[in-house]
Design a protein around this ligand. Structure first.
Ligand SMILES: *[C@@H]1O[C@H](CO)[C@@H](O)[C@H](O)[C@H]1NC(C)=O
Ligand SMILES: *[C@@H]1O[C@H](CO)[C@@H](O)[C@H](O)[C@H]1NC(C)=O
Ligand SMILES: *[C@@H]1O[C@H](CO)[C@@H](O)[C@H](O)[C@H]1NC(C)=O
Ligand SMILES: *[C@@H]1O[C@H](CO)[C@@H](O)[C@H](O)[C@H]1NC(C)=O
Ligand SMILES: *[C@@H]1O[C@H](CO)[C@@H](O)[C@H](O)[C@H]1NC(C)=O
Length: 407
């Protein structure tokens, strides 16, 4: 059964690669659903693994269900205006919104895996509750908040709309209205803050665009994403200094300003990110969003990782180099000594549960070696949630060391 499934999938991949037009960074002419971060093929695969109690999926699934966000007695806490200031001050509805979106995503996964109505109904309960109440977000962290929450609303809504017949048309329309009014306008503005902001904002916008089948939103968000990624992960082919996102070209107009933006790091090596010398956690948010967007784009027919012969493209190379660069200094990764030229010899480690997606794409599927990333990833399984926007990626993208990542 496994062999035939895998063979079928290989054949399917081969045919779709052969038939797909050359990748362009434009909205798909025909949307694939469910197709935000996870495809139906992937969801079926995860479901099968959990039902058969195979590892690491079974433990990862149980761990997800054991987090309070997945409790069935948990209820939605919608706010009319979510007000988020710097450093969570004020925090009016910000934590509830993010966690309700994560809870909806958890419930949508549980629904797909177990096909129990209670999970589907719980997922809808969160989405409907917010969609009839929320008007918008304000204060300084509003852009980031819309990114974090919007990313998971889109995933949950996409799975439910396309795999569960019980979401009423009026409620779907209300949810669409919420996304269009309380998220999209804020997201498409973009951000010149640290790069993880704009990256998660575009992740949310692209996910929402797929859910809405709105190609103008998709194209606008993808354009910003394409400008931001090379300005976030450095490659020596960029030149002596990192690239600059178009929206910052006018402000980061001297080497000193650019170096300051890169947290005063002035030695640039492959895989360094704009936030590496800030701390690994924020760099990890940025890398997570890059992987999430590349997954959605891949499902929609635009492979940014590699060409048809498995050779890495520019974005695939950037993600590959960045994951290994950071994991080499993680104690449970390479545990190498931090050199004095990097962040003055002091880094704040802890990438977090963000490495499964890149490892799956680059190692399991494309067969590139990522020894440090693999070691780091396996050591912290099952990857949980960062309670912001990253969640349960061992469940969704784990298991690569057994050579299964064939889609
Ligand atoms: C909610 O459900 C969880 C898990 O089933 C349980 O541990 C917890 O005690 C419940 N809480 C309440 C308030 O009933
Ligand atoms: C955000 O909106 C709330 C509710 O309308 C309002 O009380 C608050 O003053 C607003 N905050 C900012 C910074 O605009
Ligand atoms: C960015 O600004 C520089 C001058 O600081 C200019 O030479 C270059 O053409 C600009 N690039 C873009 C893409 O706007
Ligand atoms: C390293 O330390 C020097 C001297 O204090 C400082 O000027 C520089 O900005 C620091 N670099 C980084 C990347 O922290
Ligand atoms: C990492 O290296 C340090 C210094 O050599 C060592 O003390 C520590 O035990 C190592 N950590 C792990 C997880 O191997």
């Amino acid at each position: 059964m496994f062999i035939s499934l895998a063979l079928l999938a290989h054949l399917f991949t081969f045919i779709s690669v052969a038939l797909s037009p050359s990748p362009v960074a434009a909205a798909p002419s025909r949307y694939v659903h469910p197709g935000v971060f996870l495809s139906r093929l992937q969801l079926d695969f995860i479901r099968l693994k959990v039902i058969l109690k195979l590892e690491p999926w079974k433990t990862a699934y149980d761990a997800m269900l054991a987090t309070p966000m997945a409790f069935l007695n948990r209820t939605a806490t919608p706010w009319q205006v979510v007000e988020c200031g710097s450093n969570s001050n004020p925090n009016k509805g910000c934590t509830p919104e993010r966690q309700d979106a994560l809870a909806a995503y958890a419930m949508s996964l549980a629904w797909y895996i177990e096909r129990k109505e209670v999970y589907a109904q719980k997922a809808l309960e969160y989405m409907n509750a917010w969609s009839y109440v929320l008007q918008g977000h304000n204060n300084t962290n509003a852009p980031l908040q819309t990114g974090w929450s919007g990313a998971n609303w889109a995933r949950a809504a996409e799975i439910m709309r396309h795999t569960y017949p019980g979401w009423q048309a009026a409620d779907i329309a209300q949810f669409e209205t919420m996304l269009r009014t309380a998220y999209v306008p804020q997201l498409l503005v973009g951000s010149n803050s640290n790069g993880n902001w704009e990256l998660v904002m575009m992740e949310a916008a692209i996910g929402i665009a797929v859910f809405l089948e709105d190609s103008s939103v998709y194209d606008a968000a993808m354009a910003k994403f394409l400008g931001r990624v090379p300005a976030y992960i450095y490659l020596s082919s960029d030149g002596d200094l990192p690239k600059i996102a178009p929206s910052q070209n006018a402000t980061l107009n001297t080497p000193a300003k650019l170096i300051k933006y890169w947290q005063y790091q002035d030695t640039f090596v492959d895989g360094l990110t704009q936030e590496t010398c800030r701390d690994y956690a924020h760099a990890g948010y940025g890398l997570a969003s890059i992987g999430h967007v590349m997954e959605t784009a891949r499902i929609q027919g635009d492979n940014m990782y590699s060409d048809g012969w498995g050779r890495l493209k520019d974005f695939g190379t950037r993600l590959f180099k960045a994951l290994e660069f950071h994991a080499q200094y993680e104690p449970t990764g390479g545990n190498l000594t931090v050199p004095s030229w990097l962040c003055n010899g002091t880094i704040s480690r802890g990438l977090g549960p963000i490495t499964e997606v890149g490892l799956n794409a680059l190692h399991a599927r494309l067969r590139y070696p990522l020894p440090y990333t693999e070691k780091y990833t396996v050591a912290q399984r099952p990857a949980g949630t960062n309670y912001l926007f990253v969640a349960w990626e061992t469940l969704t993208h784990g298991g690569c060391e057994s050579g299964w990542g064939w889609w």
